[in-house]
Structures are given as C-alpha cells and as structure tokens.
Design a protein. Structure first.
Lengths: 297, 452
C-alpha cells in the first residue's frame, strides 16, 4: 500500500493545508447553510427557528420550485445526452481526419474562456426580434420562414431552450478538449493490431476508442451534469429568470429568494436541496459507470 | 494495471466532486464569505486612531460611472473636506447599484456596515432599521441648518419612530418623455387621457413607429408604470397603505381595473418585441437613440436623455401621466424619494462621520446645480436654471415638480420584499401572456397574505 515509503505523519503534513482549506470553504459553509435552512431569517435581523417549515413549504407550496427543478434537470439532461455525445463525435472525427488538430480544438474551446456576461449579451443580440436586428429571426425572415420566428428569450415556452442552446454551445469545446485528449492517449499499437485483425474505421472506434475513452467520458459527463445543475450566470445575464419565472432554475430561484425576497433561510433550504441533488447524482453516475466499466474490463 | 488506473480515476473523481461541491454550496456560503469581504471595507485606520488624530471613514456610494457628473462631484466634495480636515481620510467604496445592495446585505448579516452606506426609502430600509444597524441623525441634521435644505416632508420617508436614519440625494416623479419628431410623423398629439394614449399607440404602431419602450427585464420598470395607472384607477394615492391597514385587498376593483388597463396597453402593442429581455439601460437606450415615441420613467432619467442624441434641437418633451377611465388627477405623481446616505451605528468614528456627511449634504445642492445634475435632487436649490444652461426639457420637468399635489411610492418602497417579488413577476407575466385581471389580483392577494 505505502509504495512511497514515507511516514504517515509526512503524508498528513502534506495533506493538511489542502484539507483545512477544503473544510473551511466547503464543509463549514455547508453546515452553516444546513442550519440557516431551518431558520426564518431575512439575512439581517432577528431569526426564528422554524424546523423543517422551509422544506415543507418548498415541496408543497412553492409554485416556482418544481418547475425550476424540472428545468434544471432538462438542462442537465440536454448537456449529458446531447452535448457530451456530440463532443465525443467531434473529437473522434478530429482525431481521425484532421492532421493538425490543435487549431481546431482551440477554436472550439474559445467560447469557454469568454466571460459568460459577454456570451449572454452576444446571444441576446442574436436572439433579438428581427426589427432590432436579431440574426436568427433575420435569417428566418429572409428565407421565407417568417412563421418560424419567435421572440426567443421572452416566450415562456421557448426561452429556456434558447438558453440551453447557448450553454451547450459554450461548453461544447470544453468537452471536445477533454475527450480529444482522452482519445490521443490511447496507444497507437492497439489500433495497428486491430487493423491487422481487420477492425478499421468506425469499427475500431466502436470496439477500441469507446471502451478506452470511457473513464474520460465519465469525467466529462459528471462535469457537464453538475455544471448544469448549478447553472446560474447565463440565466441571470440573459433573462434574470423571467419572464415571470419561465426560465428560473434552482440556483437562480435560490438567489432570488435569498437576496431579492430576503428570505435567507428559505434560500439556504433550496441550496441544501441543490447540494443533495449534486451529491446523489454524482454517486449515481459513478455507480452506473462502474458497472459499465466492469463489463469492458 | 486496470486496478491501478481505477484508483487514479477514483482520485480524479473525488477531486472533481470536491470542486463541484464547493461551487454547489456557493449560495449557502455567501454569508460566510461576506464576512471576509466585509472586513476589508472596514475602516483601515482603526488601530492607531483612537486618539481621533487620524481617522479613516469608509464611504460606500453608488456613483461608479466616471462620466456621470455625480461621480466627479462626489470626488470634489470629498477632496475639499479632506483638505480642510487634514486628519480625516475618506475611503470611497464605489459600486454600482445592484452590487451595493448585495454587498450591504452581506455586510449587514455580519454586522460590518461601512461608516456611510446607501439605502432606499421606507419599506426597503425597514429591515436594516429593525436590525438596529444605523445611527439616528436627528441631532446632526439640525446642525448648520441642514434640515431646512431638504424639501418639506421628504425626510419622513427615512424616519422611523421619530428617528431619522438617512439623508436622501434625490427626489423624483414619474413622467412620460416623448420624441416630438416621431409623434409628429405618426400624426398623434400628446395624450391627455389613457384612452387617447392607447389610440396613439395603435396609430403609431400602424405607421411602423415603436410607440413606447421599457426595460422590463428589470421588472421594477413595469411595476412603476403599473403603479401610476393604479394611482389613477384608485382615484388617488394610498391604495397599498389601505391594503396594509386591512381596509382593502388586492382584489379591490381599483386594482383589477389597473391590471386590465395595463394589459390593454401591452396588448395594443405599446412596447418593443422581447421587452422582458431588455434591462433598464437597454430599454432606455432605445428611447435615447430615437427609436421610440414615448418612454415612461422617473425624472432621474432627465440628465441622461438630455445629453443623448435624441434631444438635439429640443426634440424631447415631457408630459404628465394621463387620467385612466376618467379617474384620477394628473397632478398626482408616482413619487420616488431617492436612495439615501445612512451612517453605521457601530462606526468607530461616529462623530467625524456625522460631521463629514453634514458637510457633504450641505455642499451637495450647489455642486449638483453646477454640473447640471440638479433636476430631481432632494434639496432646494438656489439658482437660475435657465441661465445656467439647463435645457427646455429639464425646465419642463422642473415645472412638473411644481405641480405635484401628492402621490404614491413605488411598490417595493411600500410593501415587504416577499409581496413585492410576487407583484413584480406578476406584472412581468402580463408582458408575455394575456391573463384574467381578476386571477392576477387574486394571486397577488394570496402572496400578500403569505408574506404578512
């Protein structure tokens, strides 16, 4: 077990700083928020202990909570089931057909390093009505599909998908980069051996690339899932959760409750639910992948 | 081999979980983080300054825009004070409005309010007053005759149980700005009734002119307009107060009628497409760039519109919000007593801070007048506006101030935050779908009872 032959104390000494920071910045705040989730508190004045009232209210009597939970999962689902597979496909194609892939991968990665505020403003202009110079509606009108035009960010049924698209677009490059690197790390010898055995092209992808990139894929999926569970900034910039809560997700609902409605305790309760969901899904994804892993190893 | 690999991936997963969880818990940890952030805003000269020799006062303010005259004015007065009082250093903590609101709330949660901060009137500052965070300014405002410089009655909005807690920098009213050229092109007159306004909207719309604009992503904008309609349908001010006193409910006919009228305006196509994705500035910019005929806003917008391109050759006029269904008095306005400066009760240098704020507010009107920022300030200004080069539109706005016979405060200045948020999103929803006014009113009443 102890391959490095150093004492346990040395190991402890090296781990300690990180552990302290981790506990201080993650565990203690979570504990504090667990506690404040039990309070009726506006964040400033006196607080009263109300037990699980906040949670009862959230689950039974909050017309915004369930829809925003549903939207949160829609977003997570899209990014897991659309974004990651597309990224994988692009990564495979790049590896296979592009001789100098670095430029392409960097270009795909570009939106990731742009600030969300910029991305949001950019796409708001793209989504604008044609009369305000919106690109999408402009194109639709010019090719005679006027009936397809929408005011993308303000129609309650459409707005959330418009935002999801932007978020998928922004982080696509991130997942391409991760998976591209994963594919690059697969030794060439394996492909050469497979070629001799007659497995070439997409057959090789199916039986070699996919299983071997699986661990990386898992990271990608967990990242995309958790990332979308806590998506917040893009929504704040583009719609602020509106119109009338139509694009509210859990994180923005939490923010609104804590800081605009000044129900800090209630906001904390929502935060705790979000933490719990993050935890459960991470464990769940890990569990599923372990089973898939076993099948292939 | 695979076993070893698994271990590494396990490790990677754990660290990723760690990172994501820390971000996940971000909301919950805001209060704890804030205590760190708040500490830096504390007066830094605290240690060696007990002798009142060297004093540092932290002045949180919301004039971040360096091109805004108020920003220059602020720096000028501070520099003057510092040169007259060599031992005092004023440290500016300049933020934009939303940042400041958030920062103050987090600072308040850890009882680390800066020496001077900014609050909004009435119901919005109530929680801070209840938490006993501010020092009463009753004695300070009497010094050097500061109290008499304020418009009469205005300080009431900042007074709780006979104690004055903040001094406002502005006092505004809701008015309608209009683009004379576009109105002429559309062949419409300045409306004197709400019905005429609807007709004007339809006419302008049919001629391809954008009738009105609004920045409804920041939902207070729509609410402000709505409240002006309510001020008319209720045939006078005080509706929200009556609700709070239990004399009326939100299902009162006046409220329902106001929703119906507001909806009629929206359905007539008054506002730009996608209004709910325009924030306040973006909405106002449409008017400033001459893309819309009318714009309802508080008179604080005067300065910005005046200097915009649309105002060339006196192209922008201003009118009072008209009567609705023949009800109400146009001389009653939406009143918007401005944000105000409050002093932390726990300030280490309470006396010096009071002295500085007194100095600052005494200088404020004249300095604001000089930089042409004196339309809609809280204090009486001596000076000839016309001669000082204020525009005709600014003069018109000043004339409207003369007409004010009373009015209502904005919703969020009257009701608690919970009820307010329900109202704001209810109003916002009227922009995107047609609703039964009675149902909207009923929801509002439910939200009110829920948050009582």
């Amino acid at each position: 077990m102890n391959v490095l032959k150093v004492s346990r104390w040395t190991i402890a000494a090296f781990i300690l700083p990180c552990l302290i920071v981790y506990v201080g910045l993650v565990f203690i705040p979570i504990l504090v928020s667990l506690y404040s989730g039990l309070l009726d508190w506006n964040g400033i004045g006196q607080s009263t202990f109300v037990g699980f009232d906040n949670y009862v209210r959230m689950l039974t009597n909050d017309s915004v909570f369930w829809p925003s939970l549903r939207r949160t999962f829609t977003l997570a689902g899209f990014s897991m089931l659309v974004q990651v597979p597309v990224a994988l496909l692009v990564a495979i194609l790049i590896t296979r057909f592009v001789r100098r892939p670095n430029f392409l991968v960097s270009s795909y990665f570009l939106p990731v390093i742009l600030s969300v505020a910029i991305i949001g403003q950019l796409w708001k202009t793209i989504y604008n009505p044609a009369s305000m110079g919106g690109m999408i509606n402009g194109i639709l009108t010019s090719i005679g599909l006027e009936s397809w035009t929408h005011s993308w960010l303000t129609e309650p049924n459409v707005a959330i998908y418009a935002i999801i698209l932007v978020s998928l677009w922004q982080y696509l490059g991130y997942h391409i980069l991760i998976q591209f690197t994963g594919i690059q790390n697969i030794p060439d010898e394996i492909y050469e051996a497979a070629k001799i055995d007659g497995a070439d092209g997409f057959k090789a992808d199916r039986y070699i690339t996919l299983p071997m990139v699986l661990p990386i894929l898992k990271i990608s999926i967990v990242l995309s899932f958790i990332g979308s569970l806590q998506s917040f900034d893009l929504i704040m910039v583009m719609t602020g959760g509106g119109p009338a809560h139509a694009t509210e997700v859990l994180a923005s609902h939490m923010y609104n409750m804590s800081f605009l409605t000044m129900k800090y305790g209630y906001g904390s309760a929502i935060a705790n639910v979000l933490i719990t969901i993050c935890l459960i899904t991470t464990v769940l994804i890990n569990f599923l992948f372990n089973r898939v892993d076993k099948r292939y190893s | 081999m695979t076993q070893r690999k698994m271990k590494w991936f396990g490790l990677a997963m754990t660290s990723i979980l760690a990172v994501s969880l820390s971000a996940c818990g971000g909301g919950g940890s805001a209060a704890t983080n804030a205590s760190g952030g708040g500490a830096s805003a504390e007066p830094t000269g605290g240690d060696g300054s007990k002798s009142a020799e060297n004093v540092t006062i932290t002045f949180q303010n919301i004039f971040p825009d360096a091109s805004d005259p108020k920003n220059k004015m602020l720096k000028k007065i501070v520099a003057q004070y510092e040169s007259e009082n060599q031992n005092v250093k004023i440290e500016l903590d300049t933020l934009n409005t939303d940042q400041q609101k958030l920062k103050l709330k987090t600072q308040a949660a850890s009882k680390e309010v800066p020496d001077i901060t900014v609050v909004n009137p009435a119901a919005q500052m109530q929680p801070f007053v209840d938490a006993d965070l501010f020092a009463p300014l009753n004695d300070m405002v009497e010094e050097n005759g500061l109290k008499d410089t304020f418009q009469s009655g205005l300080l009431d909005y900042y007074t709780f149980d006979g104690n004055l807690y903040a001094l406002p920098d502005g006092n505004n009213i809701g008015v309608v700005y209009y683009n004379k050229k576009l109105m002429e092109e559309g062949g419409v007159e300045v409306p004197t009734t709400f019905e005429e306004m609807i007709e004007a909207v339809k006419t302008l719309k049919s001629k391809g002119i954008q009738p009105m604009v609004i920045g409804e992503k920041d939902s207070w904008t729509g609410s402000f307009l709505f409240m002006n309609i309510l001020l008319r349908t209720n045939d006078g001010p005080g509706f929200l107060q009556d609700v709070m006193d239990g004399k009326k409910t939100f299902e009162d006919p006046a409220y329902v009628e106001a929703i119906a009228a507001f909806q009629e305006l929206v359905q007539a196509g008054a506002f730009q497409d996608g209004a709910t994705s325009f924030d306040y500035n973006a909405g106002e910019n449409l008017f400033k760039t001459g893309k819309a005929a009318m714009y309802y806003m508080g008179s604080w917008a005067t300065g910005g519109i005046e200097t915009a391109e649309v105002s060339k050759d006196g192209n922008v006029g201003v009118f009072q919000f008209p009567t609705v269904n023949g009800k109400g008095d146009p001389d009653e306005f939406m009143l918007a007593p401005g944000s105000a400066f409050a002093i932390s009760k726990d300030s280490e240098h309470l006396e010096e801070t009071k002295d500085f704020l007194n100095y600052f507010m005494l200088k404020f009107p004249q300095e604001a007048f000089d930089v042409k920022g004196a339309v809609g300030i809280a204090q009486n200004v001596e000076g000839d506006f016309k001669a000082a080069g204020y525009s005709d539109m600014a003069m018109d706005v000043l004339d409207l101030f003369e007409k004010v016979k009373g009015g209502d405060l904005a919703f969020d200045n009257t009701m608690n935050p919970g009820t307010t948020q329900a109202h704001l999103s209810g109003t916002q929803s009227l922009f995107v779908e047609q609703k039964d006014p009675a149902a909207v009113a009923k929801e509002q009443q439910a939200a009110y009872e829920d948050n009582k």
